[in-house]
Design a protein around this ligand. Structure first.
Ligand SMILES: [Zn+2]
Length: 562
């Protein structure tokens, strides 16, 4: 049972007559409130784990784990809400259910490294919400139509253009890059969302929303296209609240309309675009053949699968304006719901070597380049888990700069923690020492409850790695309880929450472990024979490779140098 469960816990049955050793009890600490406001006395009830009851017992265990975590987390998890610009206690609309929508990729090229960071950040958030016991419906869309080259409704459709250049069907482009995107997500340890809807799969619903907005007098049709009337909307609703822009400033800052523009106002945006004769992707609509505006799909698919309002909407910082601002306006205009989303969360930018990533000036890497190392900006490749760990060392809301130096440091850090995780399986609780593991576990939990603060959590894991390494080297003699807590919590945070799992890496770590055991064995025999030159040679050569040896009384241990 996760250690965060403070409200209820499973204990050995206090009454052996009720079922002997196969019985478990459920104890509610006296501070646990009942639904009616009174408090539980303990033990609350006893479950007899007989053959017939075993399933219900396990179900109860699972339910209690969820309930206990949820009951505690709901009062302690704080998230930074971009809409209110402050940290707020996270209170879902329909607990224990949580609805989370994240703007997904436009599948016309390989996933950008910056987007990989954003999606990995929301994977962390998804993992922690799940760990807290929430039942999360995570919707992340695939944009396969409607995203034009320019945010101001200009230029070609990105997918249509790629299809034209590569002489392929647009859906071949969509399939190719959707496959590639999913593969990258998998390699970097990101869970699949619960639903991954596509824009082309929701044309009917998008046309319906356009009709609703028009019916409320907040959109107008010109020559087969439909535009959202921002100025009319802003008379009664606030436009610009999320991005902190004033409508007057936006008006004065926007450039004059082109002579040929059909829009009444430069701030208006397309809900439906008329398809020109050469445009490939097109659908019939009440306004003629065309295709949806980019912002519309997210309004439609989030509300379809999560209801309106819903809990969390995420995306990259660059999407705040105009994309997310337009989404809010569409949902408010279509449904009248004043606050379609309760918590807006935004992931920050990834820079490369101190500069914004840009293809045109060569300061640009793809996720695959980082793994192979086959790029002019790289001397070598890095494992996906080392790269994921690099992301986790920064808070999702902070900018992060990537460089080879920083990646190499992250790789070492990841290896140290992976090694400590491996050592935990072999450390025996032979003593009575406890360096304060209970308080440590609470600090880990507090870090994640503080707006998913992964860098603080990573610092806590390094703290634990020191104890584990010392215990493995025969330094501190940990109590069995301390080892039990460390094992449970280290696995919880390192594997499940930070998502630092990958069978390839683990097997690599396992191979290194075996090789090191062999090397240490050879060195031990050399020392028994007083062959100090061989013993010193091994130690010095390993040191050069970044590995330290600690010589204990009976055996030697090793660790990656920090
Ligand atoms: Zn979106």
């Amino acid at each position: 049972m996760p250690r965060s469960a403070r409200v209820a816990e499973l204990v050995d049955a206090p009454d052996s007559k009720s079922g002997g050793s196969n019985t478990v009890g459920v104890r509610f600490p006296s501070r646990a409130p009942k639904a009616n406001g009174s408090e539980y006395s303990e033990p609350f009830f006893v479950l007899k784990e007989t053959e017939t009851a075993i399933i219900s017992c396990k179900t109860a265990y699972k339910a209690l784990s969820s309930y206990s975590n949820f009951a505690e987390m709901k009062s302690t998890l704080q998230v930074y809400n971009s809409l209110t610009r402050q940290k707020e206690i996270f209170t879902p609309l329909n607990p224990p259910k949580v609805g989370m929508y994240v703007c997904g990729p436009t599948v016309y090229n390989d996933v950008h490294l910056g987007n990989l960071r954003t999606f990995t950040s929301f994977d962390l958030i998804y993992r922690w919400l799940t760990e807290c016991g929430y039942s999360v419906r995570y919707v992340r869309n695939i944009t396969d139509v409607g995203h034009l080259e320019n945010d101001a409704d200009e230029g070609e459709d990105k997918i249509g253009k790629k299809a034209r250049l590569e002489q392929l069907e647009p859906m071949e482009i969509v399939q190719k890059y959707t496959n590639g995107f999913r593969e990258v997500m998998r390699i970097f340890g990101n869970f699949s969302p619960s639903i991954e809807p596509t824009a082309t799969g929701h044309i009917v619903e998008q046309i319906e929303m356009v009709k609703q907005i028009m019916a409320r007098g907040l959109a107008y049709e010109v020559n087969g296209s439909v535009y959202f009337d921002v100025r009319s909307y802003a008379k009664t609703e606030s436009y610009g609240a999320l991005s902190g822009r004033q409508i007057d400033e936006l008006m004065s800052g926007s450039r004059d309309l082109d002579v040929q523009s059909e829009k009444r106002d430069a701030l208006d945006f397309a809900l439906w675009n008329k398809a020109s004769p050469e445009h490939i992707m097109r659908w019939p609509s009440p306004w003629g053949e065309g295709f949806p505006g980019w912002h519309l799909e997210c309004s439609v698919m989030s509300s379809k699968y999560l209801g309106m309002p819903f809990d969390i909407h995420g995306g990259g910082m660059d999407l705040k304006f105009p994309h997310h601002e337009c989404e809010i306006a569409q949902n408010v205009a279509a449904t009248g719901c004043q606050r379609p989303v309760n918590y807006w969360l935004h992931g920050n930018m990834l820079t490369l070597n101190g500069k914004k990533m840009s293809k045109s000036d060569g300061n640009f890497l793809l996720p695959g380049d980082l793994i192979t190392g086959n790029h002019a900006l790289l001397n070598r490749g890095y494992s996906p888990m080392a790269i994921r760990f690099f992301f986790m060392q920064a808070h999702y809301g902070s900018t992060l700069d990537m460089s080879e130096e920083a990646l190499a440091a992250a790789e070492k850090g990841y290896q140290r923690l992976a090694q400590a995780y491996g050592q935990l399986k072999n450390v025996k609780g032979s003593g009575q020492e406890d360096p304060g593991v209970e308080a440590w576990a609470e600090r880990c939990q507090a870090a994640m409850n503080d707006d998913f603060n992964s860098p603080i959590l990573v610092a806590q894991l390094f703290e634990a790695a020191k104890w584990i390494q010392s215990a493995a080297a025969g330094g501190i003699q940990l109590s069995s309880n301390a080892i039990q807590v460390l094992s449970t919590e280290f696995e919880r945070y390192f594997i499940r929450v930070l998502g630092l799992t990958e069978s390839r890496n683990e097997s690599e770590e396992g191979s290194i472990q075996h090789i090191m055991e062999l090397i240490l064995e050879i060195r031990r025999e050399a020392r028994i024979k007083k062959d100090w030159s061989t013993s010193d040679l091994i130690r010095d050569r390993l040191s050069r490779a970044g590995i330290s040896i600690n010589d204990g009384k009976d055996n030697s241990t090793w660790h990656y140098e920090s």
